[in-house]
Every structure is written in C-alpha cells, then in structure tokens.
Design a protein around this ligand. Structure first.
Ligand code: S3P
Length: 253
C-alpha cells in the first residue's frame, strides 16, 4: 500500500477512535447521573481491573488514560466542591488526600507543608523555638489565605489541630466539604511511631497519650462534619475510595 493510502487508513481509524471516545464519554456522564441517583459508589477498582484484564501492555496504558479521563469527567459532575480532610494525626490525611486528589484529577495541598515552606523549617523545630501558640497563629493566617475557589477544586489536608479553632472550622465548612478520618489509638501509635515529627505528642508518644488527646478532641471533630471514614485496616487506595464514595452517597445538608 502506498504511504498516502496508509495515511488515509490511519485517518479513518482516528476518526472512528474519536467518535467512539466521545460516545464513551457520553455514557460515562450518564453513569455519573445514575450513580448519584441510585447512591452507587463513585470508584470501583474491580471494574477498572476487569477492563484492563486481557489487554496487552500498550492497550493497558491507553485504557488507563481513558479511565483516568472518565473518572475526571465524572468527578466534575459528582464532586463540584473542595474537599478537606480533617482528623487526628496519623489517621492518613496526607496520603489519603493525595490519592483522592489523584483519582479525581485535581490538585492536592497539605496545610502543614504550606506552613513549613513559609516558616522555612520543619514543624518540630518551629514548635521547639517558638512554641505551639505561635504555630497556631501561623496555621490560622495561612488557612485564611488559602486560595479556595481561585482555580480548580482542590483536596486539602489540614493538621489535626486546625479545626479546634472555631473560626478555622467555620471557614473550612464554608469553603469545602469536610471529611473526618479516624483510626484507633493503637493504629495511630503504630503509624507515627514514638512521635518523631509530631511535636504535639512530645518526644515520647504512647498509645495512652494518644488516646487521651483523641478523647478530648473527638466531639470537636465530630461536630465539624457528617462525613467520616475509619481508616483502620484500610489501604490508602481503599480509604481514598471510601472518602469519595461517602461524599457521593451522602449529599450535604
Ligand atoms: C497537630 C497535628 C500536626 C501538626 C502539628 C499539630 C495537632 O498535623 O499540624 O504538629 O494539633 O494535632 P498532622 O495531623 O498532619 O500530624
């Protein structure tokens, strides 16, 4: 076949791919509507695995991208709001938030990381030099400056103490849907070790110390939101999927 002819064949394939891609995205949007109406989960990793099974490496790569674009299209319809993860340290806010943002195809931010960048040192060092009160002032100042609504919708994780300030909590509730992550004190102790990098617990964190602080904060966290995910025994991916599924199932009040 001549080069000209082969190129015509490719153009004809591309036209068909484009047609079927648009058709697929249309069905994807319809499915988003059904998921909302019937309260079905947003993200089903089993379904994605089934689509990929039996495909060769290149086709898998292509279909991964197609599914990523499909998820993003559904996400725009199902989650037209910012998402903020709150909860005690070690409940997985940063890792789960990152994964959820990745599934939605939107940016992820971590308030503690923003604070560290601004103050130019790790939080434990700042706590040691300037104390907790100074940290809380910085936390509040940077939260107030966070550019919610300036660009695409985001996923934001905030430090465990951020919502203890009622004004911070009110601001977050006005700008986003809040999801509370929880875990048992034993799980948290296992995840954060003896507290290195968690200045609030001091140099010697124990499961007991964690439990006491958790108990004091629990009612404040609970009052912030109706969405809650217990991350005990969940992988990061499963916890992120649960966050999104909960948000898709229970609409805000
Ligand atoms: C704090 C939690 C930390 C960090 C600071 C204070 C808290 O964030 O903001 O050490 O009061 O619970 P993580 O919850 O992300 O560990």
């Amino acid at each position: 076949m001549s080069l000209q002819k082969l190129r015509e064949e490719i153009d004809s394939c591309d036209a068909r791919i484009k047609h079927f891609f648009e058709k697929r995205m249309h069905f994807v949007e319809e499915i988003a509507g059904l998921k909302k109406e019937l309260g079905l989960p947003f993200y089903d990793p089993g379904r994605e695995e089934a689509i990929l099974a039996g495909l060769g490496r290149e086709a898998q790569e292509l279909f991964r991208k197609i599914m990523e674009l499909s998820r993003e299209r559904q996400a725009r319809l199902l989650f037209p709001f910012n998402i903020v993860l709150i909860g005690f340290m070690g409940t997985g806010k940063t890792s789960v938030g990152q994964k959820a943002a990745c599934l939605l195809g939107r940016p992820f931010y971590d308030l503690d990381q923003i604070i560290e960048k601004t103050i130019g040192m790790p939080l434990p060092q700042y706590f040691q030099r300037r104390g907790e009160a100074s940290f809380r002032r910085k936390e509040k100042e940077l939260l107030c400056k966070f550019p919610f609504g300036d660009g695409p919708k985001v996923v934001l994780a905030v430090g465990g103490g951020a919502v203890l300030d009622p004004e911070n909590a009110a601001l977050l509730r006005a700008k986003a849907r809040l999801v509370l992550l929880t875990a048992s004190s034993e799980t948290i102790f296992k995840r954060i070790g003896a507290g290195a990098g968690r200045p609030l617990l001091g140099p010697e964190a124990t499961a007991d110390k964690i439990k006491r602080l958790q108990k004091a904060r629990a009612p404040i966290y609970a009052a912030c939101t109706q969405w809650r995910v217990d991350t005990d025994g969940l992988t990061v991916q499963a916890a992120a999927a649960e966050v999104l599924n909960q948000l898709a199932l229970k609409s805000g009040s």
